[in-house]
Design a protein around this ligand. Structure first.
Ligand SMILES: C[S@@+](CC[C@H](N)C(=O)[O-])C[C@H]1O[C@@H](n2cnc3c(N)ncnc32)[C@H](O)[C@@H]1O
Length: 295
C-alpha cells in the first residue's frame, strides 16, 4: 500500500489507559477491539496489566474508554468491537456479558449510547451446539455474534454547510443500506496471524466500513488497542490520519515493521510507553448518564 497523499500514522508504544501523547479533543473517531475479558487467550495479558479477575479486566477497558472520551472531539464517535465470553469457573458454566458491561461503563463515563451493530460471524461449524442430543432443557444457544457498540461524545457534531470534506466522504445508497443495517452477516475474512500466534485481528471490512460511516476525509482515527493495525491501515487507505496505540512489546515491534515494510504512510513515533506494568491509571470522573457502574 505505497502512499503519497500525506497519510500520517502515529504509532504509540503505550497504554490505552494513559493516552498522554494524544491531545485532548484531537481525535474524530475511535475504532477498536480490545482484548475480551474471560477469553483465555487474553488472561496472560490482563495479568501483566494488573487484572486478575473479571472486575479488574473490565476496569482495564473502562479506563481506556475514559481516555477515549478525553481525546475525542465533541460529537466524536467511539466504535467498540467486543464479544461476550463463555467459560466455566468454579465448576459453573456461564456467559460473561462483556458487551453489556462495556455499554454501561461507557454510559457512566458520559458517552451517549447509539444503536449498535450485531456482527454475525461466519462459522465453519454451522452445527456447533453446546448440549447433548435433542432433549430440553440443558442446551445452550450458539454464541456466533459479536457487537460493534457505538457511542457519541455529547451532541451531534456541527459541520459548516457544503463542507467539501463531507462531500468527499460520501457513501453510496447501496453502501448506506448495507452498512447502517443492524445485523452485519456479510463479512468474510480470515483473522490475521502474528508472532504471538492468534492476533485477535478483525477482518479489514469492519474498520473500513466504520471509518467511512463515522469520519470525514482528512480526520483522525484512533485505535487504542491496535494489534496488527487493521484499523490504522483502513483509516489511511480511506484518506484519514491514523493513531495506533499498542502496549505489548512484540506486537508493537511487529506492527511498526509491517507499517514500514508495506509503506502505510509517513510514520511518526508517538511517544514513550506509558503506564508501567500494573500501574494504576488516572482516576475516573464521577459517573454521569444513568449513574450505572460496572466492574
Ligand atoms: C483484540 S487485539 C486487537 C486486534 C486489532 N483490532 C487487529 O485487527 O489486529 C487487542 C490488542 O490490544 C493490545 N492491548 C491490550 N491491552 C492494551 C493496553 N492497555 N494498551 C494498549 N494496547 C493493549 C493487545 O496486545 C492486542 O494486540
Amino acid at each position: 500500500m505505497p502512499r503519497s497523499n500525506g497519510a500520517r500514522l502515529r504509532l504509540i508504544h503505550g497504554d490505552a489507559r494513559r493516552l498522554d501523547p494524544v491531545a485532548t479533543g484531537s481525535v474524530h473517531l475511535v475504532v477498536t477491539s480490545p482484548p475480551y475479558p474471560m477469553i483465555p487467550q487474553w488472561d496472560g495479558l490482563f495479568r501483566r496489566l494488573g487484572a486478575t479477575d473479571y472486575a479488574g479486566m473490565l476496569r482495564v477497558l473502562s479506563d481506556a474508554w475514559e481516555e477515549c472520551h478525553r481525546v475525542l472531539v465533541p460529537g466524536g464517535i467511539l466504535a467498540v468491537n467486543i464479544g461476550d465470553a463463555l467459560r466455566t469457573t468454579d465448576g459453573e458454566f456461564r456467559l460473561w456479558p462483556n458487551h453489556a458491561h462495556t455499554l454501561s461503563a461507557a454510559e457512566s463515563i458520559g458517552f451517549r449510547p447509539l444503536p449498535y451493530i450485531l456482527w454475525k460471524k461466519p462459522t465453519n461449524k454451522p452445527n456447533a451446539f453446546l448440549g447433548s442430543g435433542f432433549v430440553p432443557p440443558n442446551a445452550y444457544v450458539t454464541l456466533d455474534c459479536e457487537y460493534v457498540l457505538l457511542f457519541r461524545k455529547g451532541p451531534l457534531r456541527r459541520l459548516p454547510p457544503h463542507d467539501p470534506a463531507r462531500a468527499a466522504s460520501r457513501y453510496s445508497r447501496a453502501e448506506r443500506d448495507r452498512w447502517f443495517s443492524q445485523v452485519w452477516a456479510d463479512i468474510k475474512g480470515a483473522p490475521q496471524q502474528s508472532a504471538r500466534g492468534r492476533s485477535g485481528a478483525f477482518p479489514a471490512t469492519v474498520p473500513e466500513r466504520l471509518v467511512r460511516m463515522f469520519s470525514l476525509v482528512g480526520e483522525t482515527v484512533l485505535d487504542p488497542f491496535a494489534g496488527t493495525g487493521t484499523t490504522a491501515r483502513a483509516a489511511l487507505e480511506a484518506g484519514r490520519q491514523a493513531i495506533a496505540v499498542e502496549w505489548d512489546d512484540v506486537t508493537y515491534r511487529e506492527l511498526h515493521a509491517r507499517a514500514r515494510r508495506e509503506r502505510w504512510g509517513e510514520i511518526t513515533p508517538g511517544g514513550a510507553r506509558g503506564g508501567a506494568r500494573g500501574a494504576r491509571p488516572r482516576r475516573r470522573r464521577p459517573a454521569g448518564g444513568t449513574g450505572a457502574r460496572t466492574g
